[in-house]
Structure formats: C-alpha cells, structure tokens
Ligand binder design. Structure first.
Ligand code: SF4
Length: 205
C-alpha cells in the first residue's frame, strides 16, 4: 500500500490486518455477521456481506452500506442500486451473475467516509472474498474503493478509464452510482469505463 494513500487518510503507520486463515465461504459469512471488530457494529442494523455468484468472473466493489443496504442486508439497493443494475445491463450483465461487495460490511453513520481504522479492521473480509471468488476482473465503483484497491491517493478522474491491477487481477475504476445520480453528466464517462470492463472481461474469458 503506498504511503501517499496512507498520508491522504491521515495514517502515520499502517499494519494491515491480514486474514489469519482462509475460512470457507459460509463460515466467513457467519464471522462477518457476528463481527464487533470496529465501532460500526454498534450502529448497524445488520452486516452487509455481499450478493451474487461466488463463482463470478466479475466482482464489483463499492465503499460501504448506505441506509437501504443496512436495512435490507444487501449491497447497492435503492436508487443507486437501480442505477448500478442499469449500468451492468448496458454491458449484458446482472447482479445474479456477478458478485457485489463493499470495503466495509457495516454502515457508517450518516453515510460518512470510512475511517482508516474501520478500513483496516474490515478489509481482511474483502480480501478473503476476493481470494475465494478469484474473479477475472475487479470493478471498483467510487473513489474510496478505487483508492483502497490501488493503494493510491489519486482522484477518481485519474484512476478511471485505465486497466490497473490488484495483485494479479485486472482492475477498472469508475464512478459510484450514487455520485452519478447527483452528477448525471458523468454517466457518459461511466459508460466508457463499463465498455472497457466489457472488452477486458471478454478478452480474459
Ligand atoms: S465494519 Fe467490518 S470490522 Fe467493523 S464491525 Fe462491521 S464487519 Fe466488523
């Protein structure tokens, strides 16, 4: 993880809490549902593990559950979820065939940005999910997810429309659908990113 990213998050020292051992999928789900490793467990309605096909070729990674996700226990529901579904449909995909997860499994109060200690505590779960699914392509939606997976402090505009790598897995970064709801003029750029994701995914199959 780059020091520029850590500095941008206000972290002087960083010790990533690696998964101590790989857990089977169902056990990992149970571990997450009972997790109290950071203070977000006090305010959540429920954890939001992820949704979709654990054998998916494409894994979409967002930031954290919002209000509706916290209520329903599923990532990307509500208007942002509908827009994500429409974005996926534009490249012939739906949420049943891919896998969708967030960096944080519990909702930050008032949808604030994740705190560094929350990211440090929670991301071992995401790392285990990625290791288990072994997707061909990762699609990070939003600045926070892109910066975490890239270990970078770059703006979203600098990260998007490029094929990066997380470990050895190709990674594309695009706008979060909640941002696109507020800034619809950037939908054209998001569509370009999705077309890049489509071409990349099909070149890898
Ligand atoms: S956000 Fe992650 S680390 Fe924090 S309590 Fe929820 S599951 Fe545990």
């Amino acid at each position: 993880m780059s020091t520029s990213f850590l500095n941008a998050m206000g972290i002087q020292t960083w010790e990533l809490r690696k998964p101590t051992c790989a857990q089977p999928w169902e056990e990992l789900q149970k571990t997450v549902s009972r997790c109290t490793a950071c203070s977000l467990h006090k305010t959540r309605t429920q954890t939001v593990f992820g949704v979709g096909n654990p054998q998916a070729k494409l894994m979409v990674i967002g930031e954290a559950p919002g209000f509706y996700e916290d209520q329903k226990g599923e990532p990307f529901v509500g208007r942002a979820g509908q827009l994500l579904d429409a974005m996926l449909a534009a490249i012939g995909l739906d949420r049943k065939t891919i896998y969708i997860a967030n960096i944080l499994k519990c909702r930050p109060p008032n949808n604030r940005d994740p705190l560094p200690e929350e990211v440090a505590q929670c991301t071992p779960f995401l790392i285990q999910q990625i290791s288990f699914i072994q997707p061909k392509l990762l699609l990070a939606v939003g600045r926070i997810a892109g910066q975490y997976l890239l270990g970078s402090a770059l703006s979203l505009g600098k990260m998007r429309n490029t094929i990066h790598h997380y470990e050895n897995t190709p990674l594309i970064v695009t706008y979060h659908p909640a941002y696109l709801l507020r800034n619809p003029r950037d939908k054209d750029k998001a569509f370009l990113d999705l077309q890049l994701a489509y071409r990349t995914l099909h070149s890898l199959l």
